[in-house]
Design a protein around this ligand. Sequence first.
Ligand SMILES: [Cu+2]
Length: 494
Amino acid sequence: MSTSRRHFLKLAGTVTAAGLTKRSEALNLALHPIAAQQPPRSPGYTLRIATSPIELAPNRIISTTTYNGQFPGPLLRLKENQPVTVDIHNDTDTPEQLHWHGQFVPVDVDGSAEEGTPYIPAHGTRRIQFTPRPSGVRFYHTHVRAAADLVAGQYNGLAGPVYIEPAYNPGAYDREVFLTLKEFEPTFSRGGDMAMDFLTPATTVKALKDTGESAMKASLASGMPHGYEVGYGSFTINGKMLGHGEPIHVKTGERVLFHIINASATEIRSLALPGHTFKVIALDGNPVPTPATVPVLWLGTAERISAIVDMKHPGVWIMGDLADDDRHHGMGIVIEYAGHSTKPLWLKPPPFRWSYARFGKPGAASPTPDETIEMTFAKLNAAAEGFNRWTINNVAFSMDNMSPRYHLNQGRRYRIRMRNASDDIHPIHLHRHSFELTNFAGTPTSGIIKDVVMVGGYQQVEIDFTADKPGLTLFHCHQTLHMDYGFMTLFDYA
Ligand SMILES: [Cu+2]
């Protein structure tokens, strides 16, 4: 198994290299050694931030900011605990931050101005060094505030996959396929049509619902419109709209391990493959205690899922988003069995609800936390120049003073009890640490280690983490519109 995997990687490398033009070679498109004196087991990498054309489909060529002239940015395959050096060049006029999402890296590397990471200056370079961990699917993306600027921050093409090889890999699959989901051509709207009813359990907290609904009612009654939301003109997997990229060619009997990254700025995504099921083996790159087979995957912004698909239903299929409109605008990819060449077929999957707890150990088996931090999330409708303002315990994060509000003691285990007093789903992210999901909407669970978790409308979710990585640590909703308008807070270590 591992031989064919290595072969695939080698092949993938060849394909990438063959696709390079002279100019892009100069841009260090591939994973390029930057220092000859580096030992072979710790190669260097170069990432170059620049504006470039990206062909989403024939005659649908957009201009956006990318890493190395491509979307997604190059797959960085790192080895757990083997230090790497990365040179990041910024060819744009805007200072940049490159965030190593899901990794245990120090503050000067993490890529968050709020934590104090130095910017990659406009038309400048930063060389960083870090030790990749933990193993599994991570990713890198920009961490610059976009606010009302739809060509800035995560609305552009600044995202790329990272895979950190574990020391031991059981390898119960034939090959790996990385899928990065991402929308382009954003515009503002006055409402959204995102699915909101796919989480289970659907238990809500009455007090949160009462608070949220009365606040919204009062705002609308005072004549305020709904706050801005963002919609998109094109939807892509690996930078191609459905039907315009290379199909994924498979053979009957193959076991394909998909590593799926939701690199959206604002959207929750779903994915189904007609006639097939997904055996979920890892969430956010971390193996789950109970791998389970499901017909549909759901990923909040910045979540990752690793799932194995047994290819045993020959044909030509659309693996795509359940939202018809988004799929028709590109959110899908064709799976084509060898010897089949019919028109790709989409079939709506049976009704299904997404439960994190399905993949955990049942019951509360985690250590008791030393301390519990309560946080209530609230929406102030259209309060920030037409945008919703977001607060944690009534405080919107201020980019002016960026002062830490929670002081952690090293070695202590904390529980964050998140109470969502809004009707939106929030993909909540903790930087530089992983957390354990210990309670989802009233259902205790354990053993699920993540760095992003969706908190449903008016729901309560609990996560536990150990404070063992000193330094400022950012906690925020990963929905760009939410984080940019206050939905962040900072921890420091006492
Ligand atoms: Cu949010």
